[in-house]
Write a protein that binds this ligand. Structure first.
Ligand SMILES: O=C(O)CCC(=O)C(=O)O
Length: 261
């Protein structure tokens, strides 16, 4: 990571990094994800539900978008297990938040051709609230992702204000109120990418993405990491989150010491 890239992450809340993986690694990740989709995915999903759809989609499109979400691809493929610990990926995270790094999650967001689902303006924080700012999501692109295929759009600098109030509830995934936060009202920057590129962004960064209206798939995998000192909010002390440490060590915070049972 160059100083300029690190400064960009700090100022804007995101940075796109190219060339972290070899062509062979990207090919293996693509092939094995395609295999997982074929072998394991069985649901017809329209994407995140909620009233925000009325603000982002034409009426005839609202119930007809398509999406694939697969969590934990490492349950099905070793290549996706290795990527969690990938030295270049973890190295970037360490340059941005320090040496002690914990993996949090991996999830595929697949937008099929023609009407791949959009995502409304939101921060990722309300999906998995933690007690500090040092939580980074990486969007690893498996396909070339031009603007027309529904690439990520970001609101630079929006991470600086910390968590914002989202519309939440059983009827919806968290989203920001469209009367204030909507692409027609707020200027955002499109971040198109090539297969293998990774966009690193703060979980406080406001972002969204549009419909995939191309004939090609747009598959990206979000991998979340945070400093090992960062703790999930509202998790009982005796249930520390047992997730891989991928860089350095995890210090004990308020948690009780381990006992044999
Ligand atoms: O995959 C996308 O286009 C959007 C992803 C997103 O909003 C997220 O990862 O929180």
């Amino acid at each position: 990571m160059t100083k300029t890239q690190i400064a960009m992450y700090e100022k804007d809340g995101y940075v796109k990094v190219e060339g972290l993986f070899t062509e062979k690694e990207v090919e293996e990740l693509q092939t094995e994800m395609d295999w997982i989709i074929e072998e394991w995915w069985g649901e017809n999903s329209i994407g995140w539900r909620g009233p925000w759809r009325a603000h982002y989609l034409l009426e005839e499109e609202r119930q007809n978008t398509k999406a694939i979400f697969i969590s934990n691809p490492h349950f099905y493929s070793a290549a996706w297990g290795r990527i969690i610990f990938h030295a270049h990926l973890v190295g970037v995270i360490q340059s941005l938040i320090g040496k002690n790094v914990q993996w949090h999650h991996t999830i595929l967001h697949g937008k099929p051709p023609e009407l791949g689902t959009p995502f409304p303006m939101h921060q990722d924080y309300p999906f998995y609230p933690h007690d500090g700012p040092n939580f980074i999501d990486c969007l690893l692109h498996l396909d070339d992702t031009p603007v027309e295929s529904g690439c990520l759009h970001v609101m630079p600098g929006s991470h600086k204000g910390g968590p914002l109030k989202h519309i939440t509830g059983d009827h919806t995934r968290p989203y920001l109120p469209p009367d204030k936060y909507h692409p027609d009202k707020i200027e955002t920057i499109a971040v198109p990418a090539k297969a293998g590129d990774v966009i690193f962004f703060s979980y406080y960064l406001v972002h969204w993405s549009d419909v995939n209206r191309t004939e090609e798939w747009r598959k990206s995998v979000r991998i979340g990491y945070h400093t090992s000192q960062t703790r999930p909010i509202d998790t009982p002390l005796e249930m520390p989150n047992h997730k891989f440490i991928v860089g350095g060590l995890k210090e004990r915070g308020q948690e009780p010491k381990l006992t044999y049972h």
